[in-house]
Write a protein that binds this ligand. Structure first.
Ligand code: PAF
Length: 289
């Protein structure tokens, strides 16, 4: 699947697009030339996990476009919108190193023009889990993703499995609304010790970083127990207790149907997914397996 990385000589800075009019011109050019495109939706603060998504996009389509937009509608007023890490120059350099063709980086006023009042309200996979703790979140994600899909008219959109519920929600939206693109999910890229890569990891102090990996350990443990036939609720309760003992404030540890994110039992025909979310002081970590 992997496209060989472009050599330094081949890698050119991606074209940075700030207005919808310029974006339409660029993507129309690509379509006129018969070129397919893959969108990698991001909020910037890029890490190797994002770059892996760009490489998947390159394997799928002729052109790749990474959106960098810290989307205010998916943050509640008390959340980290204003302190969310922003490093556009660093992000563009990373994207140049992997040969991404374009960056869609609109201002908030370009994305949400004056008077904008329409929102996509997903149900199904959006119910429960994150929504129990961040009720505004998927409405904001769904709305901006639909906008990104129609703005770029990409043939593929590449999402990481780290935000597993988000991946299921956008997959459902694309299906339910007959959106003419394929949603592609990619396995989580992890640090050497197993912690899922995340832009928010940079909030962690050295001490918190050492503790953070425990969220990965507990979901591995729950997955192993469920595979061995143990009671999934008991396994989740034990995992939550272990996280709390390590200093986490636990939002949830759950075993769900991997596709619908509805309830899962050993009698289910479909595989389960273990999902967890927990806070370490001011940083919220999520992971799944
Ligand atoms: O996963 C993210 O970075 C964001 O939720 C997304 C998909 C870019 C929408 O703002």
């Amino acid at each position: 699947l992997a496209t060989p990385p472009k050599s330094a000589a081949q890698a050119a800075a991606p074209q940075i697009v700030r207005t919808l009019a310029d974006l339409r011109r660029l993507t129309a050019e690509w379509r006129r030339a018969g070129e397919t495109s893959a969108l990698i939706p991001t909020m910037g603060a890029l890490h190797d996990g994002h770059l892996a998504l760009v490489r998947v996009g390159q394997a799928k389509a002729k052109r790749t476009i990474t959106s960098i937009f810290v989307n205010p509608t998916q943050f509640a007023p008390h959340e980290d919108f204003s302190r969310y890490p922003r490093d556009e120059a660093g992000d563009v350099a990373k994207l140049a190193s992997v040969g991404c063709d374009a960056v869609w980086a609109p201002a908030v006023e370009e994305m949400y023009r004056p008077g904008a009042a329409t929102r996509i309200v997903p149900k199904g996979a959006a119910l429960g889990l994150e929504t129990d703790f961040r009720p505004h979140f998927f409405e904001g994600v769904a709305t901006v993703c639909c906008k990104l899909f129609t703005q770029t008219q990409a043939d593929f959109a590449i999402f990481g499995e780290k935000d597993y519920q988000q991946l299921r929600v956008v997959t459902q939206i694309a299906h339910d609304l007959d959106l003419p693109l394929e949603i592609v999910g990619m396995p989580t890229v992890r640090e050497a010790d197993g912690l899922a890569m995340s832009s928010r990891n940079r909030y962690l102090t050295a001490e918190e970083r050492a503790t953070a990996v425990i969220i990965h350990h507990v979901i591995v443990d729950v997955a192993a127990k469920v595979k061995a036939g143990a009671d999934s609720e008991a396994a989740c309760t034990a995992a939550a207790t272990r996280l709390a003992a390590a200093g986490f404030k636990v939002d949830y540890v759950a075993v769900r149907d991997a596709a619908s994110l509805g309830p899962w039992t050993p009698a289910s025909a479909r595989p389960p997914r273990v999902l967890a979310a927990a806070w370490l002081t001011k940083t919220r970590l999520i992971d799944n397996l």
